[in-house]
Each structure stands twice: as structure tokens, then as C-alpha cells.
Write a protein of this length. Structure first.
Length: 164
């Protein structure tokens, strides 16, 4: 049968099935790719108990403001030979601190968490020979003087890889 010039093109049933399959196939494929990427990149673990964490927030914020007013600052440097933490008070080395303890965690995993105590090398300078695997880490640092809390700081940092 020859189609006339002005006669509209007719879609048959299989055309409609093909269009619907392409439409829904695209939507399903995009959803599967996004779900796979979300599952691979984030475990969903932020805190173990959100209620307890929310109750501690105001206390931690008040403590942070008090530390900021004291003039103490800490700087963490991670390298291939270990970790170095330098504390200063108003630009001068912090002399009172004798112990620094760090709890090191991955942002979304627990199996590599560790706690370590830094060795005091000089006034305000603390070092650990602990090598870290490359990638993002969160360090919760606690500085003590004679058993009393002097400073607390949480730092997110990236441990260098072999070619950095």
C-alpha cells in the first residue's frame, strides 16, 4: 500500500511498546546507577546515637567558645613519617600541655578507628610515629596538663598517599 502525501503516519502497537520500554528503561537505569553510587560512597553512619549526640551539642559548643577565647590553637600535620601536632597560645608555644591524646577515625567507617598518645618533643610540639592509610581522617584531639583538660579540638584532614 502506498501512502499518500498528506496521509498521517500510523503508529502500530509495537511502536508504542518500544517507546514505553525506552522511557521506563531510561528511568529505571538512572535510578539503579544513582542507588549504586549512593551505596558505594556513603555508609549512612554519621553518629551511633543521634539523640545522645544532639544532647551533647550545646555543651561542646560552649566548650569550643571557651577554648577560642583562651587563645590556644592547634595545627595537625600528617605525613609519611607520622603525625605532628603543634599547639600555640597567642602565637607562643603552649608550655602547660604535657599530654596529647588523639582518637583517629574515618568519616564514615569504624573498622580503622584508633586511639594514640603523642610524644612531647618540645614545648607545644607533639609527635606520633603512627603511619596512616591515605585518605580522609577525623582527629579528635585532647590536650591535658597534669590530668586537667587544657584544650580539645576536632580536625578533619587528608593523610597523603604514596605519590603525594
Amino acid at each position: 500500500m502506498i501512502r499518500q502525501r498528506n496521509e498521517p503516519r500510523r503508529f502500530t502497537g509495537w511502536h508504542m511498546v518500544a517507546v514505553m520500554a525506552l522511557f521506563f528503561g531510561t528511568i529505571i537505569s538512572v535510578n539503579l546507577v544513582m542507588a549504586w553510587n549512593a551505596n558505594r560512597s556513603w555508609s549512612g553512619l554519621v553518629v551511633e546515637n543521634a539523640y545522645v549526640a544532639s544532647q551533647q551539642f550545646n555543651r561542646k559548643m560552649a566548650e569550643t567558645r571557651a577554648f577560642a577565647e583562651s587563645g590556644i590553637k592547634g595545627e595537625l600535620m600528617a605525613g609519611h613519617g607520622g603525625i605532628r601536632y603543634v599547639m600555640t597560645r597567642k602565637g607562643e608555644p603552649e608550655r602547660a600541655t604535657d599530654t596529647v591524646i588523639a582518637v583517629l577515625k574515618r568519616p564514615v567507617e569504624e573498622h580503622e578507628d584508633m586511639q594514640l598518645e603523642f610524644v612531647r618533643m618540645d614545648e607545644g610540639v607533639f609527635v606520633s610515629k603512627q603511619a596512616l592509610k591515605p585518605g580522609q581522617w577525623v582527629a579528635d584531639l585532647t590536650a591535658m596538663a597534669g590530668g586537667a583538660l587544657v584544650y580539645r579540638q576536632t580536625i578533619r584532614f587528608i593523610a597523603p598517599g604514596e605519590n603525594q
